[in-house]
Design a protein around this ligand. Structure first.
Ligand code: 13P
Length: 249
């Protein structure tokens, strides 16, 4: 069944004490109803986050991992390592990883396959740049990104996949895609999945929106029929704002 999810991508923010404080502040908000919550702290604070969220309904995601199991990949983290500390959710394909760390569609296809092998949830990010939208090629760009990384998986593997449409021009800019633009793209994405994998897969996959989601705009975006929650950056660093966004889902 399709679920509502609100995930906080903390990016390279929050040291050990700040991680602890933010998790405690979130925990103090009580239970979340009708929505699943994820937080994605930086890798050095994952163990701490897993421990601090035990016995809560907050699940911890990692922000990146390598597609190999182990080996000479200085600075990288493997799926086995994440699994061994109790992390079984991963954000892959974020536009910042694609832009600043040269992550390619081919890398992502391998990372997705590795995550699935490890029974890990994949929050798969994709989205067009401003120029693509100006040139009206945003649907083509999104289709290409999804096909390259996800169309080689089995229909049964879609239970691991959460999609996160994040137009690059809306990330950290304060500029949000309009609820109509988001719905239009999400409906397009769901149709693409249906064409390739069938209606049941398409109906069941959660499609999140990310890009300058705030308490003030969350409810309107999340009310659209093909929007199943959000992937939140800046506003996830504040417990009150994040909680307000969670409650909007
Ligand atoms: P902002 O919410 O800060 O725009 O970031 C969105 C994002 O990149 C989440 O992954």
């Amino acid at each position: 069944m399709r679920v509502k999810i609100v995930a906080g991508n903390w990016k390279m923010n929050n040291d050990k004490e700040e991680t602890e404080a933010l998790i405690e502040a979130l925990k103090s908000k009580g239970k979340f109803t009708g929505v699943q919550v994820r937080i994605a702290p930086t890798s050095v604070n994952l163990v701490q986050a897993v421990n601090a969220t035990k016995d809560t309904d907050i699940k911890v995601s990692a922000q990146n991992m390598h597609y190999s199991s182990s080996g000479a990949f200085t600075g990288e983290i493997s799926a086995n390592m994440l699994e061994s500390i109790g992390v079984n959710s991963i954000i892959l394909g974020h536009s910042e990883r694609r832009a600043y760390f040269n992550e390619t569609d081919a890398d992502l296809e391998k990372k997705v396959a590795k995550a699935i092998q490890h029974d890990m949830e994949v929050i798969f990010c994709f989205g067009e740049e401003l120029n693509d939208r100006k040139e009206n090629t945003h649907f083509d760009v999104v289709e290409k990104q999804l096909k390259a990384a996800l169309f080689s998986i089995q229909p049964s593997d879609w239970k691991y996949i959460v999609l996160a449409y994040e137009p690059v021009w809306a990330i950290g800019t304060g500029e949000t895609a309009s609820p109509e633009q988001v719905q239009e793209m999400h409906a397009f994405i769901r149709q693409l999945i249906e064409n390739q994998f069938g209606k049941i897969v398409a109906d069941n996959v959660s499609i999140l929106y990310g890009g300058s989601v705030k308490p003030a705009n969350a409810q309107e975006i999340f009310s659209k029929p093909d929007v199943d929650g959000g992937l939140i950056g800046g506003a996830a660093l504040n417990a009150d704002d994040f909680f307000a966004i969670i409650q909007s889902a």
